[in-house]
Design a protein around this ligand. Sequence first.
Ligand code: FMN
Length: 185
Amino acid sequence: MADTFKIVAFTGSLRRGSYNKAALRAAQKLAPEGVSIEIVDLAPLPFFNEDVEAEGVPAVVEEFKAKIVAADALLISTPEYNFSIPPVLKNALDWASRGDVTPVNGKPLAIMSASPGMLGGARVQYHLRQVCTSLNLLVINRPEVFIAQAHTKFDEEGNLTDERTAQSITRLLKALVEWTNKLKA
Ligand SMILES: Cc1cc2nc3c(=O)[nH]c(=O)nc-3n(C[C@H](O)[C@H](O)[C@H](O)COP(=O)(O)O)c2cc1C
């Protein structure tokens, strides 16, 4: 049997009822056969501080980095905060960019965003792409998945109810696997 293709997913939202968390859970259900998606909670990561780093990288950070190392690819679904990247997500990426092992270097990544607004977080995606250039995260360009008016696309339990969004996420996951396999070849 073929090995499972492992995707590690995370979001910049800590909100219990987060649409982005719900989008990641939807992705888990929509994952193609042979693909597993583990959602990693970024809440336990402390604020990045070079003093803390010098004293010893916290175990939770090492665990986070180890998960990225073991992943075939990454998936981020993020909110847009004031047209940009939520601090929780930027903080996680900053930790992952440090040390002898920089697990994000060369790692394939797919991005999506969800917002109650009309643009679905379009602006944060372009800021995030800029940061990914610094980290040498290899972000796929297409398809772009913007979950606009997110409050109309999930039910009260956070289940995705919008078929077009489900199709977009399915295409994104397929493209991520294809992109990763192309990079490995
Ligand atoms: C500090 C802050 C700034 C925000 N700025 C934006 C913004 O620039 N664009 C946008 O579409 N939504 C913005 N929002 C609204 C978020 O899109 C909304 O709260 C969304 O539900 C957050 O994602 P989540 O559901 O995954 O927590 C902002 C929310 C907060 C708390």
